[in-house]
Design a protein around this ligand. Structure first.
Ligand SMILES: CC(=O)SCCNC(=O)CCNC(=O)[C@H](O)C(C)(C)COP(=O)(O)OP(=O)(O)OC[C@H]1O[C@@H](n2cnc3c(N)ncnc32)[C@H](O)[C@@H]1OP(=O)(O)O
Length: 205
């Protein structure tokens, strides 16, 4: 297994992979000089020189916490991707988890939910039944999504946020820490508070 990204998020993924019996053959980062102190032998990533990067080989997990950066890296890499799922995560057998997605300790994914590609389901997050979580989204630690919730591509649901049933969050939104989302949220919105209110609209990527 290879890891693309050598920051703090990468450390959590490495631990999950090791516990699941994987050996990590390479760690890449586009800025190796900024790597987490616990990342050793970090090789320069593909961004500067796509042709000499070893796209073929062991599967990769893009271990970068910023959703937009994961999306960008997935566009220029031509690799096979793997998932990292912590042994304590509970995932319904009727739910689907896309390639490159990571599910951390204590997370719960209930039945008939679809999780996209390169998603982060972080520590202790609760994703209930019939959710649809788009590619490159991040559901932060202890966030709770009730039934029939949708989270669009690239959206970040902050730590401890709550989303009531049947709410649709658009793409590339940011839901602040502890926010209570009680109605649909348009694309590119940043939402905070209880009840959640839009404080800004981000520029489309
Ligand atoms: C393992 C891990 O670490 S996973 C990482 C998980 N990370 C998170 O959950 C972080 C979530 N991020 C936040 O909550 C941030 O505060 C954001 C993204 C919502 C806003 O950040 P910024 O765009 O920098 O906004 P800024 O800090 O300028 O705040 C703007 C206003 O919103 C308010 N605000 C910001 N965040 C929140 C929040 N979570 N709840 C309530 N109000 C908030 C601020 O007080 C400020 O109000 P004011 O204009 O009256 O002074």
């Amino acid at each position: 297994m290879r890891i693309y990204g050598a920051g703090g998020h990468s450390q959590v993924i490495k631990e999950v992979l090791k516990q699941n019996g994987y050996a990590i053959s390479d760690t890449f980062d586009d800025k190796p000089e900024g790597s987490h102190y616990a990342s050793k032998n970090v090789t320069t990533g593909a961004r500067k020189d796509l042709t000499s990067f070893p796209h073929a080989g062991d599967p990769v997990i893009i271990a970068v916490g910023t959703n937009a950066h994961r999306a960008e890296i997935a566009q220029f890499l031509n690799c096979k991707y793997e998932k990292a799922i912590h042994a304590s995560a509970i995932i319904s057998p009727t739910s689907k988890v896309g390639e490159g997605t990571v599910v951390f300790a204590g997370a719960i994914i209930q039945p008939n939910t679809t999780i996209g590609k390169h998603v982060i389901i972080n520590t202790g997050a609760s994703v209930d039944h019939d959710n649809i979580i788009g590619d490159f989204a991040h559901i932060s630690p202890k966030a709770a999504l009730c039934g029939h919730v949708e989270v669009g591509e690239g959206s970040h649901v902050g730590v401890g946020a709550v989303v009531i049933p049947k709410v649709k969050i658009g793409k590339w939104c940011t839901i602040g820490a502890g926010t209570i989302v009680i109605k649909d949220i348009p694309d590119y919105s940043t939402v905070v508070g209880n009840p959640g209110r839009i404080i800004k609209t981000n520029n489309p990527l």
